[in-house]
Ligand binder design. Structure first.
Ligand code: COA
Length: 136
């Protein structure tokens, strides 16, 4: 999977925010702090900076959900982050994104902060972001 495939998958994800472009993914992949994991029809992109790891995005194609792919990708990322010396993993998620919130809470992530009206959705609406964290 390359940056073009990632952007294509993002377009099909159903996420309400503007899709990240292939060139945005390419730039991220070129960064030294970025970590990338993929499975068939899914990927995770994150970064590890010292003691802190951050999941930037995890996307699974709509036809291949509830098969444990996201859980597998997150566990891989957490393991690598822990081995690299990180103690905590963070992420941001829209409050209305029920599948993602269920996924993260089932994996032990807890809310540590909130950003009001953080997300601008393509339909013009807004949503708050929850900042979640987990000790890894
Ligand atoms: C969120 C997303 C990545 C989950 O991917 P997935 O591969 O379907 O998730 P998994 O199969 O690994 O799910 C693991 C667990 O999370 C929970 N979960 C995942 N999706 C769920 C849903 N739609 N409803 C309820 N619980 C859900 C369940 O506990 C699930 O375990 P179970 O299937 O044994 O009950 C996927 O729905 C997606 O790509 N959504 C659009 C992109 C997105 O929102 N990314 C997150 C941005 S912050």
């Amino acid at each position: 999977m390359n940056h073009n495939d990632m952007a294509n998958l993002h377009l099909k994800s159903g996420l309400m925010t503007r899709s990240w472009t292939a060139s945005e993914y390419k730039k991220l992949l070129e960064s030294e702090t970025t970590r990338f994991f993929c499975v068939e029809n899914g990927f995770l992109i994150g970064r590890i900076i010292g003691e802190e790891a951050e999941i930037l995005n995890v996307i699974v194609h709509p036809n291949f959900r509830r098969l444990g792919k996201a859980k597998y990708l997150i566990c891989k990322f957490e393991k690598q982050a822990k081995n690299a010396g990180s103690a905590k993993c963070f992420l941001e998620v829209a409050e209305s994104n029920n599948p993602a919130n269920k996924l993260y809470s089932n994996l032990g992530y807890v809310m540590v902060g909130r950003r009001e009206s953080y997300y601008d959705f393509v339909d013009g609406s807004k949503d708050n972001a929850s900042i979640l964290s987990k000790e890894i």
